[in-house]
Design a binder for this molecule. Structure first.
Ligand SMILES: *[C@@H]1O[C@H](CO)[C@@H](O)[C@H](O)[C@H]1NC(C)=O
Length: 314
């Protein structure tokens, strides 16, 4: 049922990877394998620590566990494929493989965006309306917020995937990137990409302008509320519950904004690839550290988890 299959004469794409020099491949393989392992272990430990500590069964940490899971999946859509391609010295990816990679990549990156906004809302309610917190952030409401993030992110990626499947690819099948990305693929197509560009503009605008604005507005109100707290220790306590979320927001947007959704100029593939490494590989790897190093509750839960493990294995 894929309309693209009838028209496309290209059945495979060539992913050029990060470097075309054979000498650099073992180094790249080593670096990306280590980064991937750190990402998987780091995020899995965060999810386990939150799940195993009843003190952390609060909305903020449930969202965080979802965020870690999303990061883990995000990394898994691109890095393992790239490692396999380096390992077997083959650069091809099938048409279907390429489309599904784009689908899942866009889904998880969109989910990251929505979950960061949900977490900002959670902090807003906790700090500005503490008395209503339990009412507003009921388990039902948290669940709905997560499901809505899933659905919105999925409709974004599905729209792009369906539109991509309509495009034909005639002769050019070389993607100067290390995974199938939307923009390089749109450039390769020999059909009219007007509809894709429209979706890119509107959804891209929502994800890079609207949602960050909502996060900024939340933080303006949070800061205004914190300034009114009389004691310095109270101020610090209120702020410390936001600091790790704020760091994650900064890290995510600094690496993603202006690179992914904003159309790139002709000669910027090198820059694009470095930026993609940042938001597809490095950010998901760093998030667990941001959360665990800056957060006392998280550190305590990690300590308990790790010592529990040590006791069981000895
Ligand atoms: C994601 O969030 C929901 C709702 O808060 C929660 O029930 C669920 O356990 C979370 N998922 C993970 C992996 O922690």
């Amino acid at each position: 049922m894929k309309p693209g299959n009838q028209t496309s004469s290209v059945s495979e794409f060539l992913l050029l990877g990060l470097s075309e020099q054979p000498g650099q491949q073992p180094l790249l393989f080593g670096i990306f394998l280590s980064m991937y392992l750190v990402t998987v272990v780091g995020n899995a430990v965060i999810i386990l620590a939150i799940g195993s500590d009843p003190h952390l069964h609060t909305p903020m940490y449930f969202f965080l566990a979802n965020f870690s899971l999303t990061d883990l999946c995000l990394s898994s859509t691109t890095v393992p494929r790239m490692l396999v391609n380096i390992h077997v010295c083959r650069k091809t990816i099938t048409y279907a493989g390429c489309l599904s990679q784009i689908h899942f990549f866009l889904w998880f990156i969109g989910l990251d965006v929505f979950l960061l906004a949900v977490m900002a809302y959670d902090r807003l309610v906790a700090i500005c309306y503490p008395l209503h917190y339990n009412l507003v952030m009921s388990p039902r409401c948290c669940f709905l917020l997560v499901v809505m993030s899933f659905a919105l992110a999925h409709s974004h990626s599905l729209t792009h995937t369906v539109l991509l499947a309509q495009l034909s690819f005639c002769s050019d099948n070389i993607i100067p990137h290390f995974f199938c990305e939307l923009l390089p693929l749109l450039k390769l197509s020999c059909s009219n990409t007007y509809a894709n560009q429209c979706v890119l503009t509107y959804w891209g605008g929502a994800l890079t302008i609207l949602i960050p604005s909502l996060i900024i507005i939340s933080y303006v109100r949070i800061v205004a509320a914190i300034v009114k707290v009389p004691s310095a220790s109270g101020k610090w306590k209120a702020f410390s519950t936001c600091s790790s979320h704020l760091s994650a927001v900064c890290l995510f947007y600094m690496s993603a904004i202006g690179v992914y959704f904003v159309p790139s100029t002709a000669d910027s593939t090198g820059k694009d690839r470095v930026a993609a490494v940042m938001y597809a590989v490095v950010t998901p790897m760093l998030n667990p550290f941001i959360y665990s190093l800056r957060n006392r509750d998280m550190k305590r839960a990690l300590g308990r988890l790790l010592s529990g493990r040590a006791l069981q294995s000895s």
